[in-house]
Every structure is written in structure tokens, then in C-alpha cells.
Ligand binder design. Structure first.
Ligand code: SAH
Length: 215
């Protein structure tokens, strides 16, 4: 259930995100309209509108609202963009993309989280293509994508994902294996040509590789 109290807390969160430098009105509008508390375990409902990451089960976390807003802003979304998301997790980021009228294809390697998202999204009135699988491989059957967003810390930029990006497209990916990752934005300017930009340090759970794949 979404109450006036939740709506009030959300407004405050949006104000905080503005103060922290989020300027994309559509991103702010999406965050203002999505009941983030419905993506958290009941025990954390009272924390849903703090600007913090929280556990969502299977050893994973829902990204901090600022991080979600920042990554989404970097994507320069346009209505109808075909977006590939790696790391569905709680599906909160997925909903932000959907709220901004993107067509979303999202991959998650934890079965529990994949199954939860499959139930939650339609219940909230959203529709996305969800996949249980390895994000390093992307979704070649549905490529190319206008935008690709990776919501886990990647040790390197996966080649398959670069291939599945449209020329003219944008990929946003936190890169690094240590404690923190550097937010990178790639613009694909030719079949094998990319422009890179960096946007500071963030903390993500790791993008796990195939060999550690488990249900
Ligand atoms: N966007 C999510 C972030 C969840 S954290 C949210 O806001 O809730 C990152 C997610 O990436 C985790 O759910 C984790 O299980 C998933 N993940 C890690 N490695 C992956 C891989 N190789 N392929 C797909 N998903 C992966």
C-alpha cells in the first residue's frame, strides 16, 4: 500500500537527490512516483526513503536512490529506448526505467530475485522482459540496445555487451574489482569505436562471473 506518509517521505527524498546534484526532471519524477517501500523486505519499510542501499535477500542489495538516479541520468533516456539492464535485483531500477517509458530487458543471476521480480512487476502494473541468466552474455536475441545499464560492479567491460549496444548508444557501468568502482559512460561511435567518460567512485555488489554461477 502507498500512503500519504510514504508520498511525503518520497518528496523529501527527491529534494535530497536534487541537492546532491540530480537535475534530470524525468528521473526525479519517476522516483517521486514509485513506491520504493514495496521493493524492500517488510523489516526495512521504514528505511525505504532514506538515501541508502538495503539488503534484498540472496546476499544482494537494492541500490541507493542517488546511485539509481545518477546512473539513470547518465543514460540520457528517450521515450521508447530499448534498454538492457544487468542485475535486476529488487527491480526498483527496472521500474524507474519503465516509468520513463523505456522498453526494458533485464537479466538476474539469482533465481530467488528473478522469481520475485517476475511476480512483483505485473502486480505493480509494470511490464518488462525478465531473464534468469548471466549478464556478461547480455541478450543477443534482442540486441542491439539503445542503452545498457549495469547495476553491479564489473571487473572489466564485457565484450558481449559492447557488441550488443547500438552505434550511437550509451552504456553506463561501474568498473572495478576492489572496495569501490568508477562509474563509466561509454558512447558507441562506430562498430568498434567508443568514447569513455568517468564519473567518480561508487560502491556496488560484484558482477559475478559464470564460474561462480549458482541458484
Ligand atoms: N538494480 C538492482 C541492483 C541490485 S544489486 C536494484 O536496484 O535492486 C546487483 C544485482 O546484480 C544483484 O541482484 C546480483 O544478483 C546481480 N548480478 C550479479 N552478477 C550478475 C550477473 N553476472 N548477471 C546478472 N545479474 C548479476
Amino acid at each position: 500500500m502507498d500512503t500519504y506518509r510514504h508520498k511525503g517521505l518520497r518528496k523529501k527524498l527527491v529534494e535530497l537527490l536534487k541537492e546532491k546534484g540530480i537535475t534530470d526532471e524525468q528521473v526525479l519524477e519517476a522516483i517521486n512516483s514509485i513506491p520504493r517501500h514495496l521493493f524492500l523486505d517488510n523489516a526495512f519499510v521504514n528505511f525505504a526513503y532514506q538515501d541508502k542501499a538495503f539488503p534484498i535477500g540472496a546476499g544482494q542489495t537494492i541500490s541507493q536512490p542517488f546511485t539509481v538516479a545518477f546512473q539513470t541520468q547518465l543514460l540520457e533516456l528517450e521515450r521508447g529506448d530499448k534498454v538492457l539492464e544487468i542485475g535486476t535485483g529488487s527491480a526498483y531500477q527496472t521500474c524507474v526505467l519503465l516509468e520513463m517509458k523505456a522498453k526494458v530487458f533485464s537479466i538476474e543471476r539469482q533465481k530467488l530475485l528473478f522469481q520475485r521480480a517476475k511476480v512483483l512487476l505485473p502486480k505493480m502494473g509494470y511490464s518488462a522482459k525478465l531473464f534468469f541468466g548471466d549478464g556478461y552474455k547480455g541478450q543477443p536475441a534482442f540486441a542491439p540496445f539503445d542503452k545498457i545499464i549495469i547495476t553491479a560492479g564489473a571487473p572489466f567491460i564485457p565484450e558481449d555487451l559492447k557488441k550488443q549496444l547500438k552505434v550511437g548508444g550509451i552504456m553506463v557501468i561501474p568498473v572495478g574489482e576492489g572496495e569501490s568502482q568508477v562509474m563509466q559512460r561509454l558512447r558507441k561511435i562506430g562498430e568498434t569505436e567508443f568514447e569513455y567518460e568517468e564519473f567518480g567512485d561508487f560502491k556496488f555488489v560484484p558482477l559475478l562471473q559464470d564460474k561462480s554461477f549458482s541458484n
